[in-house]
Design a protein around this ligand. Structure first.
Ligand SMILES: Nc1ncnc2c1ncn2[C@@H]1O[C@H](COP(=O)(O)OP(=O)(O)OP(=O)(O)O)[C@@H](O)[C@H]1O
Ligand SMILES: [Mg+2]
Length: 265
């Protein structure tokens, strides 16, 4: 019998940005994400939490099909991005990834200037010099980096601090004008001050973008999430509003994980 759809607990009905229908993911013979049917709301921040190896990154990377570059990976079921199937509802994978941008745990800047990093995803677009300059400024401003780099746009991106590099990666993703931002532990490799700056940035972006973010930091989840998806061992244990998950849940596993960061399943 098919599983019932998992709706968010503790929130009004919201428009979905992403729907999963019977989504499963394997590496070789091992099923690492098991039969997920759920909807992630548009706008706001959904934090995906759970122990190491629980399938958070695999799920996140399944949304813009980055896993498919890995040999041995296989998936079943459907991923819908704003009602379009991620597999065949877009002209090509570039169109999907323009709609669903991704930022990784370690900042991955390209060996070129700050400006060219921002423009990387639009280099095949016909834009005038003025339009390019405006896009660089707008994207860097949205990523809260403009003030720090406006005077050195032609410097190599590798000369930025790690926290700045992570904001540059966000600017590069925003320049493509996605609707959905996937962030996989975006603050994990930066210092606490940069992490807080990134949290502020994420909060400022959430009215304009749907942000789906993996984090191990439960206090960070409490500070910035609107909704929380708790995974363990490839399965959804519970999903709901931040208030529900931290204060009202009746599920012992959720209570234990969100208070003690421990799960015994
Ligand atoms: N390329 C791969 N080949 C084989 N197995 C993989 C591969 N990538 C991930 N896995 C396995 O899939 C499972 C889920 O991994 P995933 O990276 O999604 O976990 P995670 O919840 O993001 O963990 P972490 O918090 O440590 O980042 C793990 O058992 C992992 O070992
Ligand atoms: Mg991970």
């Amino acid at each position: 019998m098919p599983k019932p759809e998992l709706k968010l607990v503790g929130v009004e009905t919201q428009t979905s940005a992403v729907s999963l229908k019977g989504f499963q993911a394997w590496f070789g013979e091992t099923c690492v994400v098991q039969d997920m049917t759920l909807e992630l709301p548009a706008n706001g921040v959904t934090c995906i939490v759970g122990p190491s190896g629980s399938g958070k990154s695999t799920l996140l990377r399944g949304l813009n099909r980055i896993n498919e570059d890995i040999s041995g990976y296989a998936m079943k079921g459907q991923v819908l991005i704003q009602d379009s199937c991620a597999k065949d509802g877009f002209k090509d994978i570039t169109e999907l990834r323009a709609k669903v941008g991704m930022v990784f745990q370690r900042p991955c800047v390209f060996p070129c200037s700050i400006k060219d990093n921002v423009l990387f995803g639009v280099k095949n677009k016909r834009l005038s010099k003025l339009e390019r300059a405006a896009l660089v400024e707008e994207s860097l401003k949205s990523a809260a980096l403009w003030k720090e780099v406006a005077h050195r746009l032609d410097s190599p991106a590798s000369t930025l601090s790690l926290g700045q590099q992570q904001r540059l990666c966000i600017a590069r993703t925003l320049a493509v004008k996605p609707d959905i931002l996937l962030l996989d532990e975006p603050t994990a490799s930066v210092d606490p001050t940069s992490a807080r700056a990134l949290e502020t940035l994420i909060k400022n972006l959430k009215d304009d973008y749907t942000i789906i973010m993996v984090t191990h930091d439960i206090r960070q989840t409490r500070r910035i999430a609107d909704n929380v998806l708790f995974l363990c061992d490839g399965q959804v244990i519970e999903m709901g509003s931040t208030d529900h998950m931290f204060s009202k849940t009746a599920k012992p596993k959720t209570k234990t994980y969100l208070s003690e960061e421990f799960c015994d399943c």
